[in-house]
Design a protein around this ligand. Sequence first.
Ligand SMILES: NC(=O)c1ccc[n+]([C@@H]2O[C@H](COP(=O)([O-])OP(=O)(O)OC[C@H]3O[C@@H](n4cnc5c(N)ncnc54)[C@H](O)[C@@H]3O)[C@@H](O)[C@H]2O)c1
Ligand SMILES: [Zn+2]
Length: 373
Amino acid sequence: MNLDHPIHIETEFEALEQYIAKKKPSQIVVVMDETAEKLCLPLIGHVIPEDAHPFVLGSEGEDVKRIEHAHALWSGFEDVGVDRSSLVIALGGGSVTDLVGFAAGTYMRGVACWLVPTTLLAMVDAAIGGKTGINLGGAKNRVGSFSAPVGVSICGDFMPTLSARAIRSGYAEHQKHYLISKAAELEKTARWVGPDAGLLAETVGASAEVKMSIVREDPLEQKARGGRAVLNFGHTAGHALESWAMGAGEDLTHGEAVAWGMRVALELSAIVAERAGDADGSWATQDKIAGALREEAAHLAVAIPCPASLVDGAEAVSDADLTSLWTTMERDKKSRGGRVRWVLLEQVGVATAGHEVGFKEFRKAVEAVQLGR
Ligand SMILES: NC(=O)c1ccc[n+]([C@@H]2O[C@H](COP(=O)([O-])OP(=O)(O)OC[C@H]3O[C@@H](n4cnc5c(N)ncnc54)[C@H](O)[C@@H]3O)[C@@H](O)[C@H]2O)c1
Ligand SMILES: [Zn+2]
């Protein structure tokens, strides 16, 4: 399956305008939530033809990823006569691009969909790579499809209205792309600590390209040690902390959880590097690599602090909490036969997936992260 799609870094939306002029879609539907309608539509309105149909979702954020909203969209498509030569434009954050990508990708077995992500997270991650989906009860992204958009417009001008917290959270995935690739274009933001969103706006396109190039190599996540799976860097422990926060009723963003998860994975990577150095006598080199990995973890601690009470300010995480995180990881759909699998870095920029790490090492890594080592 080819999930490759063009990414246009543009402020005037010329690529979208040209697509519309060339394809002359039978109908155009622009789907957005109320916030995107108010804050984002004015920036793109000049390329949307007057006879396009606006569709404003009745909800915002994660709540839009429900079958009721997909159903409302399908009915809306029906009402305005959307067919296989129509175009659906999604304007909004990752929740909107996930929902609209799914609804368009399944309506009449696939109507062309153009994504215009408006949050940092959606620009560098959610809108890239053709994964779409909605939630089922409490299960995230349980129903979905691989449906590549016909184009994605990345425009940093949407960012000034985002909250500082939304920017920090999006930065987690942005920095993940740097850590797993060491792409030269992302060096500029590798030590970003906010609040200057302008600097990030300059590099969002390069970050999206890192993800796209990884997806291009392994669209369906079939490679065991590399490929698309490396995009899960930081997500093993991150998802577990996210689930814990949900159960505890604490407000924690995905990016904050992933940033903490990356700190744990960086420390584990450093431990593995030191062990390899001891084993084959290359300790001087491996020590240097471990030091660089820990430096990245220290940067993340400052750039994206984790507000979960389980880790925030605590010198030590209790054994009961560690065990509960571990159990969640064992149940995660990405672990095999209950064995927790990690994406680790051999060094900054070189990621491999499928590492099995035991509970004792996990505990050691969390302890180091808590002590800020
Ligand atoms: N498909 C994928 O590969 C993929 C990857 C990563 C994340 N995701 C999904 O992305 C979703 C999260 O997306 P998100 O973090 O973009 O949040 P979001 O889409 O839930 O949006 C959060 C809030 O920000 C508002 N908003 C959007 N743009 C704005 C702007 N420019 N200024 C001010 N407010 C704005 C929205 O209206 C909403 O209220 C999750 O559901 C996650 O599962 C998908
Ligand atoms: Zn993520």
